[in-house]
Design a protein around this ligand. Structure first.
Ligand SMILES: Nc1ncnc2c1ncn2[C@@H]1O[C@H](COP(=O)(O)OP(=O)(O)O)[C@@H](O)[C@H]1O
Ligand SMILES: [Mg+2]
Length: 322
């Protein structure tokens, strides 16, 4: 994650304090998304950042949270997540051993089923007016997410079982905001019917970054000189523009190539004649574009990558770092 943050324990819930990071790249492309998202959030709508892996959703969500300037409660979408993970539940268990007074060899174990309600993340955020980031929310089962419907629609959090002092409902704090992310490639999985929830969110579809943003992220996060970062980005963009893949390569591919070159400490030149540079590009781009290892896709990608290397990496400087 680009936006730096630190965690604080608040009872049973860990909250994240987002802190501004110098690594965050804010080009006009990025600013446009942030501006729109901030206005929707300020208008009281939850924002949903949707896009394939590597479009900067998680980084953007943290940046937005940083602007909202409230502690962040983080939820990671997961098949195993239940309503209890969101709002809390009756946990805690009482167990004690007793020595029987009459028959000293008998040890009685007393188990007490009186459980205690413990708040979880969503309850904590709603009550204190924190920001909820629910990353990859479509990975969770829709039943687990249902509790969010009334939070987002009516501003109330309903508890399915009696919570502690008999409270069944709490009002959501006016400072509460929610930011969701999801990857449309994952809707093909089992949990596609999150429609009720999606209805209540303003969805912003994130495209892959523009050239300037990709160059600047690659430069900033790998230390590669800007002209060399541009070559790497142009190679990756050629593959993306070709459409010859199962999965589009993103800025992650650019970063992986740049960091791999860096690991060779100057031994790899970003030049078309360097066989190792060509191999790094092929390794990373064939794996990023075909996650099931399709030979046909790999062959097409290989041709495009080699052509792009000859086009963009004329020999000359290109020793990687500046
Ligand atoms: N605005 C940005 N500034 C700097 N780095 C960024 C920015 N957006 C994304 N990145 C970097 O790009 C990569 C992918 O971003 P990430 O937020 O993980 O994407 P996603 O959540 O969509 O998969 C990460 O290495 C991230 O640090
Ligand atoms: Mg992410």
């Amino acid at each position: 994650m680009t936006t730096k943050s630190y965690e604080v324990n608040e009872g049973t819930v860990t909250v994240v304090q987002p802190v501004a990071s110098k690594d965050f790249i804010e080009t006009p492309f990025v600013r446009d998304v942030i501006d729109r998202a901030m206005h929707y959030l300020k208008a009281g709508f939850p924002v949903h950042l949707r896009g394939i892996a590597g479009t900067g959703k998680t980084t953007m969500a943290l940046r937005l949270a940083e602007f909202l300037d409230k502690p962040v409660v983080w939820l990671q979408g997961d098949e195993e997540l239940s309503t209890t993970h969101l709002i809390g539940g009756d946990i805690g268990y009482h167990r004690r051993s007793l020595r029987d007074n009459f028959i000293s060899s008998v040890l009685k174990v007393e188990e007490d089923a009186s459980r205690e309600w413990v708040d979880n993340r969503l309850t904590h955020a709603c009550q204190n007016g924190y920001t909820l980031i629910y990353d990859e929310f479509t990975r969770s089962r829709p039943e687990a997410n249902n509790v969010l419907l009334s939070v987002l629609q009516e501003g109330v959090l309903n508890f399915p079982t009696s919570r502690g002092k008999g409270e069944q409902v709490i009002r959501v704090h006016p400072d509460f905001h929610a930011i969701f992310t999801s990857n449309p490639e994952e809707y093909a999985g089992v949990h596609r019917s999150q429609d009720a929830l999606r209805d209540r969110l303003v969805t912003l579809d994130l495209e892959c970054f523009d050239r300037e943003t990709e160059m600047r992220i690659t430069h900033k996060k790998s230390g590669t000189a800007l002209p060399d970062a541009a070559k790497i980005v142009d190679i990756v963009r050629s593959v993306r523009e070709s459409g010859q893949y199962e999965f589009a390569p993103t800025v992650r591919g650019c970063l992986m190539i740049a960091k791999a070159v860096h690991a060779y400490k100057g031994k790899v030149k970003i030049q078309k004649t360097d066989p190792l540079f060509r191999q790094i590009c092929l390794d990373i781009l064939t794996s990023e574009t075909s996650r099931i290892g399709s030979k046909t896709t790999a062959k097409k990608v290989k041709d495009i990558v080699l052509k792009a290397i000859s086009q963009y990496c004329k020999n000359g400087n290109g020793n990687g770092h500046g």
